[in-house]
Write a protein that binds this ligand. Sequence first.
Ligand code: PRP
Length: 208
Amino acid sequence: MQPITLALAKGRPAKSTIELLEKTGEHFIDLHEDSRKLVFYNKDKSIKVIFVKALDVPTYVEKGAADIGIVGKDNIMESQADVYELLDLKIGKCKFSVAGKPDHPIKNNQKLTIATKYPNVAKKHFLKKGQPIETVKLNGSVELAPIIGLSDYIVDIVETGSTLKENGLVVLEDIEKISTRLIVNKASFATKAAEVQQFINQLKLAME
Ligand code: PRP
């Protein structure tokens, strides 16, 4: 068997992903969500785990620096990476929504300003509707934008809805359901078919 490299996303769903990995029976020494270390191995070194920024996971997988990635659908959509998405791990469940002020329904046929951490997702969504938009790329605290007049609306992740609520905003449109997915490099899917399939089967069993 050839060794495989698995890219894991740092951040919110890291803890649940690591718990699921441990349930496969593979133990990765020192691997925990707050670790500053970036490379980990299982006991027989058949699996190398690299710990990277969530939005970079699809890039590592697309370029073949990792054979497999475990990352949120939000980052897969935003990266537009050319990879196979093979398994829904059903953790980190949330959704992409358009949100704004409650008294400010979405106006059609008027150029809208959308603040977001996910400009590609926003552009694709509004393009489908034939709605012209301009995006303002932010890196966090996106909910502030419509409040202070930086944008008309936001496109963001909604999990519990409490960030929107606490800032007086509401969901105006849902875009897509999000959860953690397993993605595979297209070449690895052919050249390491047995290893990739074995890892997926282990994960599926751990999910039961
Ligand atoms: C995310 C997202 C929302 C919030 C949604 O932000 O961008 O702001 O979580 O979660 P909720 O519906 O449960 O309130 P994150 O916590 O990653 O922080 P950020 O503002 O720094 O991006």
